[in-house]
Design a protein around this ligand. Structure first.
Ligand SMILES: [Zn+2]
Length: 472
C-alpha cells in the first residue's frame, strides 16, 4: 500500500504539513514485546527489494521461527517458482477445532519498494528507533503487520490456543512491482485450497493521526479498484516532413488523448463508498461534507457531485478513471510520423470489466483509426467485499475499546493491493484497522519510511485481539 490510501481519510481535518510530532516513549517493554521487536527488526533488516533482496530468505526465516514455536512441517508451505527463486513466500496453517467454522486468512506482502542508501538519512535496512519512531524500509509498508501476523501465529501455537476457526497466514512477494512474480496471484491460481478462507485480513486499513500524534480516524478497507493499462496507437504511411498533410499519427493520437482527458466515467457507488461518503461527510462541517452526505443519499445530485469531485481522491472514489501516463511517437525530426502511442492507466471501479472500460474509451475517442489494446497483465474484475457485519462488528467493538471516541470508517482504495487476486477466487479481503500512520504517508514507498513505535506495539496487540475475536 502507499500514500494513495492516505489522503481520503483525513475527514474534516486539513492535511497537515510534512511535520510529524514526536510520540511519547513506550513504557519499558514487556518480555513478549521484546521478542516481537526482534522479529520486526529481523524482517526490516532482511532486504526484500526485487532488485537486490530476497523474499525467499525472509520466508525461510519466518518458517524457522514458526517451527521453533511448535509448528509441524506439514503446517508450513514454502513456495517459489524456478524463474523467480528470490521471490518466494510462505503459507502457515493453525488448525481450528470446529469442523463447521470456515478458516480465516492473514495476508501480507514481504517485498518492499526499492530504497537507495545514499538518498536516505539513515540506512534503510537497519531498524533505527528515534524520537518515538521506527525508521527503515518496510517499517510501515508492511512489515509491522507481517511481524504481527507471524508473532500472533507463534504465540497462539506456544500458548496452546485452540481457535474455532482455522487460522491461515500467507506472506508473499511481488505486491509492490506490477511486472514481478506475484505470490498472492500464484497462490490463488495454483493453491486455492491451501489459502481458502471465509475472509482475509490484509493491509489497506488502519488509523490516521492529525499529524501531531492524535488518532482521528480508524478505517477498514472494503474493496479496491483494479489497475489496468491500455495502449492507444495510431499508425500512418508517413513521408517527408517538407510536404505535410493533416493526416498524421501524432495529431490523431493527440486528438484521442484530449478526448480521454475530457471523458468522465459515470458516478458509481458500492455499499462501502456509500457508507464512507455518508460517515466521512457527516464528520465535516463544511460545504464538501454536506455535498458528500447529499451525494451518498442521491447519486443523481449533480450539484453535490460537482463539489465532491473537486477533491481528487473523492473524484476517483466515485468512478473509473483513465489517464495518459506515457507517450512515444515518430522516428525522425524531418519525417512524418509512422507511429504514435500512449499508455493509458485506468483504475477500474469494482464490478466493471476490462472490456467495458475499453468499450467506453473507444466510444469516447470515436476514431476507428486509433487502436486501443489492454496491456497484460489483465487484472481480474474488482469485486467489492460485502460490508459483512460479522467482520465489521468485532472490528468496531475493538476500535471502541482501544481508541475510545475514534470512528471506524469503511473505505474503498483507489489504489491496488494483492486483495484483488483473492477476491477473484471468492475470498473477500478486509484491510484491518489498528496500527496508524500520519497524514504525510510516513515515507512509505518514499524516503525515510517510518512507523510510530506506539503504533507498532499497540497495532500488534490490536491485531492479535482482532484475530481472536474472529477465530474464537
Ligand atoms: Zn503494502
Amino acid at each position: 500500500m502507499s500514500i494513495r490510501t492516505v489522503t481520503a481519510f483525513t475527514l474534516g481535518l486539513a492535511i497537515q504539513a510534512l511535520a510529524f510530532a514526536q510520540e511519547p516513549p513506550m513504557q519499558p517493554l514487556r518480555p513478549d514485546q521484546v521478542a516481537f521487536r526482534a522479529l520486526y527488526k529481523e524482517l526490516v533488516e532482511t532486504d526484500t527489494t526485487v532488485s537486490s533482496g530476497s523474499c525467499t530468505t525472509a520466508a525461510e526465516q519466518i518458517a524457522a521461527h514458526l517451527k521453533s514455536a511448535g509448528f509441524a512441517d506439514k503446517d508450513i508451505t514454502l513456495f517459489s517458482v524456478p524463474e523467480h527463486p528470490q521471490e518466494g513466500g510462505i503459507v502457515a496453517v493453525l488448525a481450528g477445532a470446529s469442523k463447521k467454522a470456515q478458516p480465516m486468512l492473514l495476508l501480507g506482502h514481504l517485498d518492499v519498494v526499492e530504497a537507495k542508501r545514499a538518498d536516505w538519512t539513515r540506512d534503510p535496512f537497519t531498524l533505527i528507533e528515534e524520537n518515538g519512531y521506527f525508521f527503515g524500509r518496510g517499517t510501515a509498508d508492511m512489515k509491522a503487520m507481517d511481524a504481527s501476523w507471524v508473532d500472533a501465529m507463534m504465540r497462539f501455537k506456544r500458548g496452546g490456543y485452540h481457535p474455532k476457526r482455522t487460522i491461515k497466514m500467507a506472506l508473499t512477494c511481488g505486491e509492490e512491482t506490477t511486472y514481478a512474480f506475484n505470490g498472492a496471484e500464484w497462490l490463488a491460481k495454483n493453491k486455492p485450497d491451501l489459502i481458502s478462507a471465509a475472509f482475509a485480513l490484509n493491509e489497506g486499513g488502519g488509523g490516521r493521526t492529525d499529524g501531531h500524534g492524535k488518532i482521528v480516524v480508524q478505517t477498514i478497507q472494503v474493496g479496491e479498484k483494479a489497475s489496468q493499462n491500455y495502449t492507444l496507437e495510431s499508425v500512418n504511411a508517413g513521408g517527408h516532413s517538407s510536404i505535410p498533410i493533416r493526416d498524421n499519427a501524432i495529431y490523431e493520437l493527440a486528438d484521442a488523448l484530449a478526448k480521454v482527458r475530457d471523458y468522465e466515467f459515470p458516478v458509481k457507488f458500492t455499499d462501502t463508498t456509500r457508507a464512507y461518503f455518508a460517515k466521512a461527510g457527516a464528520a465535516r462541517t463544511d460545504e464538501l461534507g454536506q455535498a458528500m452526505v447529499a451525494l451518498a443519499q442521491n447519486p443523481d445530485d449533480h450539484a453535490a457531485e460537482a463539489i465532491v469531485s473537486n477533491d481528487r481522491s473523492y473524484h476517483s472514489m466515485l468512478r473509473t478513471t483513465c489517464v495518459a501516463t506515457l507517450l512515444e511517437g515518430g522516428h525522425a525530426n524531418n519525417a512524418l510520423p509512422q507511429h504514435a502511442a500512449a499508455n493509458i492507466n485506468c483504475r477500474i471501479f469494482p464490478g466493471e470489466t476490462v472490456e467495458q472500460t475499453q468499450a467506453a474509451l473507444v466510444a469516447a475517442i470515436g476514431d476507428s483509426k486509433v487502436k486501443i489494446t489492454p496491456v497484460p497483465p489483465l487484472r481480474p474484475i474488482a469485486k467489492p467485499a460485502a460490508l459483512n457485519p460479522e467482520v465489521i462488528g468485532p472490528a468496531e467493538k475493538l476500535v471502541a475499546k482501544y481508541f475510545p471516541g475514534v470512528p471506524l470508517v469503511p473505505t474503498m482504495s483507489t489504489g491496488a493491493t494483492d486483495g484483488i487476486f483473492l477476491e477473484a477466487i471468492g475470498i473477500p479481503v478486509y484491510g484491518a484497522p489498528g496500527g496508524w500512520g500520519d497524514p504525510d504517508g510516513n515515507g512509505a514507498h518514499g524516503l525515510n519510511e517510518r512507523r510510530s513505535v506506539r503504533s507498532v506495539y499497540v497495532g500488534r496487540d490490536f491485531l492479535t485481539d482482532l484475530i481472536k475475536a474472529y477465530a474464537d
